[in-house]
Structure formats: C-alpha cells, structure tokens
Design a protein around this ligand. Structure first.
Ligand code: A3P
Length: 297
C-alpha cells in the first residue's frame, strides 16, 4: 500500500516498477516494425495511445467499431512496467498483432538496447512542467488523498524541483529524448502536449507519416484526419463507455482519473505566483542552450 521512489540509473522509479523496468531492459526484443511510445507521466499518454492506435488500425475498423469504445487505451497498449508488474513476469509479446505498439516511461538512457539498435520507431510525449506538476499532484490526490497521505503542494513542489518525482528529474527525462530526436529525427518523434492540443490535425498527419501510415489524398479529402482528431479529443474520449468504469486498478487509479481537465495552463488555478516563478526559472535554467522550450499558457 503506497510506494516509494527508488533511484535507478539516475532517475526516480516508483518502487513497484523497478523489477519490471529491469526485466524490460534485459529481455525486451524489439522488432523493426514496432512502435514505442515513451512519455513522461501525466503528459497525455492516454491521448497519444488513442491517436496512434487509431491511425495505424484505420484500415481494420471504422471509428464506430473502434476497440477504444470498450477498451481503455491503457489496456489496449499497456505500459510495459505495469504489464510486467501485473503479470509478475514478462508477458508473451511475440504473437501480438503487427505493428506491435508498446508504451513506457523509461528514460532514453534506460531503454533496452534492441530498441536503440533496431529500426523500430519511438514517439516521445512530454508536457510543460507546470501543468505536468499539477496533473500529477491531482492524480496522486485521487490515489492517496482519501487515505490522508497526500503531501502538501509545497512539499511536492520542493521534491519535484529537486527531481524527486516519478521518473524524474523531468528535465533529464525530456532532454534525453530531445537530444536524440534532433540527431535522429527518423528514429524519434518528439512531441509536446501543448503543440498536440493546439493543432491536433497537423500532428495526426505527422504521426501517420512518421510511423509509415501516411494518409492518401482521398483520405485527406474525406476528412479522415479531422475525424481521428475529433474521435481522440478529450471531450469524446472522456465520454466513451471504456472511460467511465469506476473500478480501481490494483495500482490505485480509476479510468476516470485519466480524464481530468485536459487543458493548457491549468496550473494557474493552483500554483501561487512564486511557485510558478520557481518552476519557470528552473525550466529556463535547465533547458538553457538546448533549443527546447515550453509554452506555459
Ligand atoms: P490533466 O490532469 O491536466 O487534465 P497521462 O495519460 O499521461 O496520464 O496524462 C493525463 C493527462 O492527459 C490529464 O491531464 C488528462 O486529462 C489529459 N488527457 C487525457 N485524455 C486526453 C485527450 N484525449 N486530450 C487531451 N488531454 C487528455
């Protein structure tokens, strides 16, 4: 009940996921057609999963028949760490339908070698650290708050600023993928939640191109891109049957908790000006010279 953070290869890994992370690193055999989604926690993994699942499977079923109606995206494309934790062993992955899609929160430097060495592709998604912080704080409140264990926001911020956060430090996590995505743009597509939100259609097209499932001229004319954006939008996904189950996962969350607000700049309702300034400054300092920045409102 409850977990602690354990430093593993320079990042703070939640204790239940240490063994799964090691098992993933040691045993996962990537195949060239695989798609790996890597995200920093609370940056929109569920959204990215729905988008990619829908894009690559669009010839298999219509949106009305999408398995996403009845299957929570985290069930269709589980996080490795969670899948191994739940099964207590590495699940049999060989026979999954192609393309196999996997998700992880692992930092770039901890990815299994076969992911780096094979021709599989990686899509990375992160989010501005202010909204990420609030989203995570609210999520933990949902898991722990009713047990009276939630830290104060001040304390949580103090920890996040020192990098003590699930898979933190966020700066190192984001920069790890950022640097490689600049060197190998065909290997890693680096996405920010804010950009995805601002122009979903553009990124749906970009994802399809990057993953080798480009839209035909006919599809573009028929408005398939816009339909996919709409189907995966916060308002639509929140109201799918699969999103409404209130069952609590053994790890402590419910499906509903993944659809909180889905907006930009939500931190403004929670962080005091000095808290926000502290995060903004730290962000500037950490990303200085990297060419990376985030819109915060
Ligand atoms: P908020 O807590 O700010 O609302 P993850 O899936 O990585 O855990 O990220 C969860 C965050 O993504 C939550 O942010 C959630 O509301 C938001 N989200 C979920 N589905 C979304 C969607 N379809 N479009 C945009 N944001 C979404």
């Amino acid at each position: 009940d409850g977990y602690y953070l354990h430093q593993y290869q320079g990042f703070w890994c939640p204790s239940p996921f240490i063994r799964p992370m090691i098992s993933f690193q040691r045993h996962f055999q990537a195949q060239n057609e695989d798609i790996i989604l890597s995200t920093y926690p609370k940056s929109g993994a569920i959204w990215l999963k729905a988008l990619i699942f829908t894009i690559v499977n669009r010839s298999r079923h219509t949106l009305e028949q999408s398995p996403l109606h009845t299957n929570f995206a985290h069930q269709l494309i589980p996080f490795f760490e969670t899948a191994i934790y739940m099964n207590n062993r590495t699940p049999d992955l060989e026979d999954l339908p192609k393309p196999r899609i996997f998700a992880t929160h692992a930092p770039y430097s901890s990815l299994p070698h076969s992911i780096i060495d094979s021709n599989c592709r990686i899509v990375y998604l992160c989010r501005n650290p202010l909204d990420q912080f609030i989203s995570e704080w609210q999520f933990l409140l949902g898991i722990q708050g009713n047990k009276g264990k939630q830290r104060s926001m001040d304390e949580a911020l103090e920890m996040a600023c020192s990098g003590v956060q699930s898979y933190g430090p966020i700066w190192e996590h984001v920069l790890g993928y950022w640097k490689v995505s600049n060197e190998q743009p065909n290997k890693i597509l680096f996405l920010k939640y804010e950009d995805l939100k601002e122009d979903t259609d553009f990124y749906v097209k970009k994802l399809a191109d990057f993953l080798g499932y480009p839209f035909s001229k006919e599809e573009e004319k028929e408005g398939v891109i816009e339909e996919i954006s709409k189907f995966c939008s916060f308002d639509n996904m929140k109201n799918l049957e699969a999103s409404k189950t209130a069952d609590r996962h053994p790890i402590g969350y419910t499906t509903k908790m993944f659809f909180r607000k889905g907006k930009l700049g939500d931190w403004k309702d929670y962080l005091t000006p000095s808290m926000a300034e502290r995060l903004e400054k730290l962000m500037e300092e950490k990303f200085d010279g990297s060419g990376l920045n985030f819109k915060t409102s």
